[in-house]
Write a protein that binds this ligand. Sequence first.
Ligand SMILES: NC(=O)c1ccc[n+]([C@@H]2O[C@H](COP(=O)([O-])OP(=O)(O)OC[C@H]3O[C@@H](n4cnc5c(N)ncnc54)[C@H](OP(=O)(O)O)[C@@H]3O)[C@@H](O)[C@H]2O)c1
Length: 324
Amino acid sequence: MTHAIRIHEPGGPEALSFDQIDLNDPKENEVQIRFKAIGLNFIDCYHRSGLYPVPALPHTIGMEGAGVIEALGSNVTEFSVGQRVCIGAALGCYTEVGNFDQNVVVPLPDEIEFETAAAMMLKGMTAHYLLRRIYKVTEKDTILFHAAAGGVGSIATQWAKSLGTTVIGTVGSLDKAKLAKEQGCDFPILYREENFTDRVQDITNGEGVPVVYDSIGAATFEGSLDCLRPLGMMVTYGNATGPVPDFSPALLAQKGSLFITRPSLMHYVAKREDLLWAANDLFDVVKSGAVQIHVNQTYDLKDAAQAHRDLEDRKTTGSTILIP
Ligand SMILES: NC(=O)c1ccc[n+]([C@@H]2O[C@H](COP(=O)([O-])OP(=O)(O)OC[C@H]3O[C@@H](n4cnc5c(N)ncnc54)[C@H](OP(=O)(O)O)[C@@H]3O)[C@@H](O)[C@H]2O)c1
């Protein structure tokens, strides 16, 4: 038996049910993990609400966590019982104990605590593909990163800063602006009060930025395109305000032969070598101190619904974890 947070039907935070469920033995390619800490991510809200459907109902949600291996399937040779491990991109982490395919499991270095790992794997590997793969930021770049004080934003801002990049970040409140600044955001913009497009043009002397990382979606899409210089790269990677509306590709020509991508972490870590690349680069920047992981909210696993409410009400900053 284990306890897990499942959805029986998509819905609001009240759809999250703390269930006692049977625990099977791990299948031949699976490891059984007892979680010490679990990460909260906006994608959990999309799974809960049905925006991103889960494969079957009822289903345990949650994509990120860290813990200890308790049992091994018969084909598993890469891991051992008692080993510290973490997960950053696999559904089913809102549980005390769960079985996961060995290919999605990453060995956790001794220097990194379970809470830190649970707070960073999905968000940090996202920052990795955004900053190191889709568009490789350098010290010559000034970039725009929306929701700079949030989970992904906090990690990405510090990471970009450590590479010498100038970071313009949008935030929803004065407190978040202060936090973003402390994390290395050179120009926090209070985008509920100021027109962020005008501010970006001011800051860049009318040149625009070479890349925008936009996880806000519907509310910021057009404004973000207007922040880009010709041939700039629009990375629309989230839907906090709802999906981006349909648009004609001709819009990209009108606005300066722009590029656009709508990426998902799942594709960037689908191959084991890519998962380990992202995880190990993340471990390096965390171990070196270039990126600090701020766990600013902690809830019991059974209180996941409240954690979802707070995330969706924009009350959280940095990372949030759930403790089973
Ligand atoms: N595609 C991918 O591979 C991928 C991977 C990871 C995350 N993501 C996306 O990245 C975004 C950030 O994820 P996260 O888990 O780190 O969350 P987060 O940034 O900690 O929280 C979301 C933030 O978005 C801002 N926001 C603006 N409008 C909002 C609204 N109507 N409702 C709620 N929040 C709103 C808020 O910051 P302000 O108050 O400062 O505006 C809020 O704190 C999400 O959109 C997520 O889906 C995408």
